[in-house]
Design a protein around this ligand. Structure first.
Ligand code: ATP
Length: 364
């Protein structure tokens, strides 16, 4: 499957992360103050852009890369960085491809990356910079210290976002059980879930770039992300028919489309609860946020870990809404396919616990 330039860049960042052989080779070139132009990919198209130079065909090693970079011209590797194919080649990409770079090494790198779709790495002799070109993207590698500083800052932000998410999620559970939920409460949880997702994604990018220097950050990210609970899709499913029930839409929303739309909201859109609520079909501006809505019960049921997803769905279908579900007896629950005595009891007890927790939350 064709990758997007962003995906290819992520993969390339992993290949050049500290601790990898390729990074070791690049650092050696940087210290040697020579410079390099390296294509990560070998196919017919790359071949057709190469003139002169030497066919090498040896296993990749950092010291070999450094030695070959002393020659004028470019080096081609296979995409997995296991073989050095050519060295000292002159690359002649299509000159009509626009480039914003100035020196010939960097102009060539940008054009070859666009023309071939392969990542191209440059080590600038004059500026002492390593850059990656993928498609039309240029990414400059930074030292681990500055990335680490930003990653630590992002982790602190994630911690704050997480505790706010936990607050609004607990508040939503209480409101759902007491049947006092408004669109605002739901939009707030969706907003916070998305903010946590965005900052977690930013941190995983740093982890990727940091390679072996990012192990501690990775552990902290894992810890903070692991207990985040179900994602936005479950919340959207819970309220997929809410706008229809409020007489604002002809049918339920498309949950998948709404879940895909949430990450697409811009930084300013995501802070506006009205825009988030429009994903649920509530497009009436500030007034729409105060509308009373009722969940179907998916989210609370997914917190009962013993219940398989398919059974949870049947329970929701059977009762139609959380309020009816909360009122269901063990016998009512047993009537659902896949629910025997034990499960009926554990669902009943689980729901009872939620009700108690919600009371505690209210009077805390
Ligand atoms: N088309 C090309 N194919 C292969 N190698 C090239 C090509 N263009 C430039 N180079 C390599 O880059 C070297 C530096 O070229 P130049 O100084 O013009 O580029 P630059 O972008 O200013 O690079 P730097 O930032 O390293 O100074 C050349 O000596 C050559 O080894």
């Amino acid at each position: 499957m064709a990758r997007t330039p962003e995906e290819t860049l992520r993969q390339t960042l992993a290949r050049v992360a500290p601790g990898t052989d390729l990074r070791d080779g690049l650092e050696r070139i940087l210290r040697g103050r020579t410079g390099a132009l390296i294509v990560l990919g070998q196919d017919r198209l790359v071949e057709s852009l190469c003139t002169g130079g030497f066919d090498i065909g040896i296993e990749f090693s950092p010291t070999r890369l450094r030695e070959l970079a002393k020659m004028d011209g470019a080096i081609t590797l296979d995409k997995d960085v296991s073989v050095i194919h050519k060295a000292g080649v002159q690359l002649v990409p299509d000159a009509s491809i626009p480039t914003s770079e100035s020196g010939t090494r960097h102009r060539t790198a940008e054009r070859v990356a666009v023309q071939t779709g392969h990542p191209v790495i440059t080590v600038s002799a004059s500026m002492q910079i390593i850059a990656i070109y993928v498609g039309g993207i240029r990414h400059q590698l930074e030292g681990s210290e500055s990335i680490l500083a930003r990653a630590m800052q992002a982790l602190a932000t994630l911690e704050r976002y997480r505790s706010r998410l936990d607050q609004v999620t607990a508040a939503l559970s209480t409101q759902e059980i007491e049947d006092t939920t408004t669109v605002r409460d739901v939009a707030l949880v969706l907003q916070r879930l998305e903010m946590v997702r965005r900052i977690s994604e930013e941190i995983s990018q740093y982890v990727l770039e940091l390679g072996t220097d990012g192990r501690l950050i990775a552990l902290q990210l894992e810890e903070l992300a692991a207990s985040a609970g179900p994602g936005a899709e479950v919340v959207l499913r819970d309220y997929s028919a809410a706008a229809q029930e409020a007489g604002l839409a002809d049918g339920p929303i498309d949950v998948e489309a709404a879940a895909a739309g949430l990450p697409l909201l811009s930084g300013t859109e995501i802070v506006d609860l009205g825009t988030v609520a429009s994903l649920l079909g509530f497009t009436g501006g500030p007034d729409a946020l105060e509308k009373h809505v009722q969940p179907r019960g998916y989210r609370l049921l997914t917190r009962l870990s013993s219940l398989p997803r398919a059974v949870a769905e049947r329970v929701v279908d059977q009762f139609g809404g959380l309020q009816q579900l909360m009122a269901a007896s063990i016998e009512d629950l047993r009537a659902v396919e896949g629910i025997g005595d034990l499960r009926a009891k554990s669902v009943r007890e689980g729901l009872g616990r939620f009700a108690e927790d919600s009371l505690l939350e209210r009077y805390r």
